[in-house]
Design a protein around this ligand. Structure first.
Ligand code: AMP
Ligand code: MG
Length: 593
């Protein structure tokens, strides 16, 4: 058995970035640009008006107001798309529409609303004049030439993933097409004598082929082009025929036929006409997984190699192995750099056991409440229960060396519907230091804060102030504002910010976290034992042998004597060890996920 990382590395070693193609920008969404795009034009190409109004010289409006308008002679009109034929001279103005080029001589535009145009029209006033009702600042409502894009500048770099806004930028440069890395064609094969197509009536002993459809949809979601081969039967001949049909593709994905069953022969075919990379991975679900290359007939010999991923047949296993291996392979072929599935840290709401030493991907539904993510398991987790995936928006990842997690533990969750370009969405991890009074919680907090600062983290410390808060001192201005009834008082100075909010009940940690800045790498809490956040209890021999919390509520104990319990015990004297434990278990490092 090999690890998930090793399997992924081997898959990615086999697949290569595809060649670029030039195509209409309308078809490029989500593809990676394969050329630097420089601008050959200025955008906007000319100085133009940002408003409907009058183009004029700002100096002609000096002192203008509603009670004392400045009157200018209207010498012309210019609409968007046309070129002004007249100049603006002293004492004159030209009526102008948004986007129309600014006439020579004008330096500003006054909006219609700041002129007497409407009242002049309704009262039958002289249309060859306009009254300006405000003093214009030079340059007002004028868009400068090249202010969006300057000619000659590098606008989009090769490697950029094209989103709607980049496609718009290309269009605004006059590029109707772009050079982008080609989308991979992925051939999809279902295998099994028990399968029938969704357009056939169901007969005894048969089931509908669902994997073809989930996999095709996944391929499209990640930017590939699915090529459906249909259902291969459990015979070497049928499979070989089908696989040969798929060898024009850039990758072949089959499902089923890779486990230990008698009729499971995908791996045999693979071994005969290609090379088997591996076929078991330390993950659950998804242990039986084949990867290899199929050799394609070329000039009478099997030559060209097409990467082949043989997913397990169980619908959930097929999807989860697709996510872990096929998805990054497709993204790599498309030239994408972010291959990691976006992950968050969440508090798991159910116990999950993981007894067989493989990495467990539990289907979870993630919600965000009070600034924290919570993950709850979506019912029965059998690898054939596809509705467990339909109800899920995340996969909680329980490491292979972890026997399981308890409700309340922090877990890493891959977010199924988040785009890779989103990168890592951070939530701030919270760890509470709890313990009996006089056990040394504050000392431990102090040392941990200093240790995390030494390690380069941004740390917030939260203290449970039972007896009130001592920073709003009577007599201070801030106190006077509070006395006057303001619901919150903020005191800002060049070096510090304090936020004092009146409460009618004490907030729980989730509520507090929702107002804490996301910039912190960790929040260390003293107390708040009732919260569901991970807790470390400080234990001192001198205060008795019992613990304040039951071991199942604790992540670890920091103690000055060895206790008879099987949860992690850290030495009171070893602050580096305590910080290591917190860092390893709770702080999501940049390279993770
Ligand atoms: P296998 O890996 O071929 O032993 O298949 C494992 C399980 O997945 C069996 O119960 C199959 O019936 C089921 N299965 C295999 N392929 C598909 C498919 N394309 N659609 C739905 N279920 C499948
Ligand atoms: Mg089968």
């Amino acid at each position: 058995m090999i690890s998930v990382e090793e399997a992924l590395e081997r898959v990615l070693d086999y697949v290569e970035i595809l060649e670029p193609e030039r195509k209409s920008i309308l078809d490029c969404l989500g593809q990676v640009l394969a050329e630097d795009v420089c601008s050959t034009v200025n955008i906007p190409p000319l100085e133009n008006s940002a408003m409907d109004g009058y183009a004029l010289r700002a100096e002609d409006t000096r002192g203008a107001s509603e009670s004392s308008p400045r009157y200018l002679m209207v010498v012309g009109e210019v609409a968007a798309g046309s070129v002004p034929t007249k100049k603006v001279g002293s004492g004159t103005a030209i009526r102008i529409m948004t986007g129309a080029p600014l006439p020579e001589g004008a330096d500003s535009v006054v909006r219609f609303e700041d002129t007497d145009e409407v009242s002049r029209k309704s009262s039958g006033g002289d249309p060859s004049q306009i009254g300006i009702l405000c003093q214009a600042k030079k340059g007002v409502n004028v868009r400068c030439r090249g202010e969006d894009i300057a000619r000659g500048g590098l606008i989009l770099k090769a490697g950029k993933v094209l989103r709607p806004q980049e496609i718009g930028v290309l269009a605004s440069l006059g590029c109707s097409n772009a050079l982008v890395i080609r989308r991979p064609v992925v051939a999809i094969l279902a295998t099994g004598d028990e399968l029938i197509g969704v357009d056939q009536p169901l007969t005894p002993g048969k089931i509908y082929d669902s994997n073809t459809y989930t996999i095709a949809a996944e391929v499209s979601r990640y930017g590939g082009i699915p090529k459906i081969l249909g259902i291969g039967r459990d015979s070497v001949q049928s499979l070989t025929e089908k696989i040969d049909e798929g060898l024009d593709a850039d990758m072949l994905i089959s499902s089923g036929g890779v486990s230990k069953g008698d009729y499971d022969m995908v791996k045999d075919v693979l071994a005969e006409h290609g090379e088997v990379g591996f076929w078991t991975v330390a993950m659950k679900p998804g242990k039986p997984l084949a990867f290899g290359v199929m050799k394609k007939m070329e000039g009478g010999r099997r030559e060209k190699k097409v990467p082949h991923l043989g997913l397990p047949g169980n619908p959930v296993s097929a999807m989860i192995t697709f996510e872990q291996f096929a998805r990054p392979a497709i993204l790599k072929m498309m030239g994408k750099k972010n291959l990691a599935k976006p992950a968050i840290r969440a508090i798991i709401e159910d116990d999950v056991v993981n007894t067989d030493g493989r990495r467990l991907f539990a289907r979870v539904s993630v919600t965000r409440r009070g600034g924290q993510y919570y993950a709850s398991v979506t019912g029965p987790q059998g690898s054939g229960i596809l509705t467990s995936m339909a109800k899920a928006n995340g996969l909680a990842v329980i490491p292979e060396n972890n026997k399981g997690v308890k409700a309340g533990d922090m877990v890493v969750v891959q977010m199924l519907d988040w785009g890779e370009e989103q990168g890592e969405m951070r939530t701030v991890p919270v760890v509470s230091i709890v313990g009996k009074s006089q056990s040394g919680k504050t000392v431990l907090m102090e040392q941990l804060v200093a240790e995390f600062k030494r390690r380069g983290y941004k740390v917030a410390a939260l203290k449970h102030g039972r007896g009130g808060i001592e920073i709003d001192q009577p007599g201070k201005d801030s106190w006077r504002f509070a006395q006057a009834g303001s619901d919150a008082v903020l005191v800002s100075s060049p070096g510090k910010l304090a936020y004092i909010k009146n409460l009618d009940h004490e907030l729980n940690i989730e509520e507090i976290m929702s107002i804490i800045d996301a910039e912190f790498d960790i929040v260390l809490v003293e107390g708040f034992g009732k919260s569901k956040t991970p807790k470390i209890e400080v234990h001192r021999k001198a205060l008795g042998d019992d613990l304040l919390f039951s071991p199942r509520e604790l992540a670890a104990i920091v103690t000055d004597e060895l206790l008879g319990t099987n949860i992690t015990q850290l030495s009171w004297d070893d602050i580096v060890g305590v910080a290591d434990f917190i860092e390893k278990n709770f702080v999501l490092k940049k390279e993770e996920g």
